[in-house]
Design a protein around this ligand. Structure first.
Ligand SMILES: Nc1ncnc2c1ncn2[C@@H]1O[C@H](COP(=O)(O)OP(=O)(O)O)[C@@H](O)[C@H]1O
Ligand SMILES: [Mg+2]
Length: 256
């Protein structure tokens, strides 16, 4: 069965897009057929893989709003990784979906037609709890929550977990939290260690073993349009995302 995972946190800059791109590429490097759906109008998951689209019909916006086939792109011939790209036109979908009845489950229904072609579908959410995030959480079976190792890391997490609970009750009973992944961990920084300990104390088993280190190669690779596994496969960032892929594949939900 396809593993459909939303990567969500309403906080911006916590590593959602970096995780979507590089976890996607790591899973693809392990032979999984991966689709990355860029659900953010900023289009960072698309441009970070070198995909830039001007025509709105060739983006997620066209796919959600018009009767067009899924406009998928495969950025690298050698990697079984496809992107359903976005550009700023997606911002209009936020209010257009709001005035449409059943507007929160449009993506879930559209995904019915393409999900089965992939082993893993990753949904890169925008930094809000608006309708595009709601659509992603209705289309997903699980949520991966990146949490930045900084002082206010857990701020907003209660609201996110509460939102997930409400979505489970109202629209998507199967939705579960896949795990919380600590990002931008700097082992020379005491505060990072304290935050990691605090998060594990509060959230225990929900926190994944793999931590993503702060790694300059990870911040460089989007400007080259390449995932870390291609840009610098020996970097600490690449090794961490390969380990995260292994950890997720070991769970009953994503394995097989
Ligand atoms: N592990 C990391 N090490 C170094 N820089 C990172 C790391 N993760 C993310 N970044 C950088 O932090 C910024 C925000 O990350 P991003 O993935 O875009 O967050 P979000 O999608 O949650 O807004 C980007 O400039 C990105 O390159
Ligand atoms: Mg992002």
């Amino acid at each position: 069965m396809t593993c459909v995972m939303a990567i969500a946190n309403q906080k911006g800059g916590v590593g959602k897009t970096t995780t979507a791109i590089n976890l996607g590429a790591a899973l693809a490097a392990k032979g999984k057929r991966v689709l990355l759906v860029d659900c953010d109008a900023q289009g960072n998951a698309s441009s970070g893989l070198g995909v830039r689209v001007a025509n709105a019909d060739a983006t997620l916006y066209g796919f959600l709003r018009h009767d067009v086939p899924a406009p998928l792109q495969q950025p690298m011939d050698s990697l079984p990784l496809w992107v359903l790209p976005s550009n700023p036109t997606l911002a209009a979908a936020e209010w257009e979906l709001a005035v449409q009845s059943g507007g929160e489950t449009v993506l879930a229904h559209k995904m019915d037609g393409i999900r089965q072609d992939f082993d893993v579908v990753l949904l890169d959410c925008p930094p809000s709890l608006g309708l595009l995030t709601l659509n992603s959480l209705c289309a997903a079976r699980s949520v991966l929550i990146p949490l930045q190792c900084e002082y206010f890391a857990m701020e907003g997490l209660t609201l996110l977990l509460e939102t997930i609970r409400k979505i489970r009750m109202r629209w998507n009973p199967e939705l579960r939290v896949q795990g919380i992944v600590l990002t931008m961990f700097d082992r020379r920084n005491n505060l990072c260690h304290q935050v990691a300990m605090e998060v594990r104390r509060h959230l225990g088993g929900r926190v994944l073993k793999t931590m993503i280190p702060r790694n300059v190669r990870l911040s460089e690779c989007p400007s080259h349009g390449l995932p870390i596994t291609v840009y610098d496969k020996h970097s600490a960032g690449a090794r961490a995302y390969m380990a995260l892929a292994d950890e997720l594949l070991e769970t009953e939900h994503c394995g097989g």
